[in-house]
Design a protein around this ligand. Sequence first.
Ligand code: DC
Length: 231
Amino acid sequence: MDVSERDNSAIPVITVDGPTASGKGTVAHRVADALEFHYLDSGALYRLTALASARHGIAPDDADALSVLAETLDVRFGEQRVWLSGEDVTDAIRAEAIGNRASAIAVHGAVRRALLALQHSFRKAPGLVADGRDMGTVVFPDAVLKVFLTASVQARAQRRYKQLIEKGFSANIDSLLLDLQERDARDRTRAEAPLRPAEGARVLDTSGMTADQAVAQVLEWFSQAQYPQGA
Ligand code: DC
């Protein structure tokens, strides 16, 4: 049977939520590849809104203008790249300043609601792996498997430092640590869709783990969720 866009509740979703640099992007992407599922990087949508707002001179506290912008974003995702109004902004949205701005605009309920339909449109057969902060709690509450990745703030700052150095950027571990702590505090304490494990989420601390180990664990949980013992 053809599952229409309206009734796509039978399409399995795996949610991977967690704080900045917890490894969720890498893990979610690789799980999606292994299962040949679609992949949603919801943080990219907040980053795209942040970039567009900076370019249009919209202040991070102007919730009304930001939500109109979020609702009318002209975005296209392709092979590991993303375009905003036809321009390739894959690298531009990864800047630390845009990540911080994304976290600041993500506090507005109106902005979050404006991005909901776009996020739901990623749920397509044969399945979806969605990564973010509120994938399991708000956007896909009926997900078949909900994972919450954590890692110590030191491990996350080290990872982010390594990524930046590998890309040829200069970086300072102390200021990265402070940045991560500030962003986490804001994401966890905001009133709208705060970062927290969804009910029933499997929590995985990746501090001492390789990406391979984390991916293997999520795949094992998924097969258990699909084929529970005794079912
Ligand atoms: O995952 P990321 O670092 O690309 O996300 C950037 C910011 O966007 C993050 O600090 C908070 C916000 N965000 C959110 O509020 N909800 C999501 N589902 C994803 C990201």
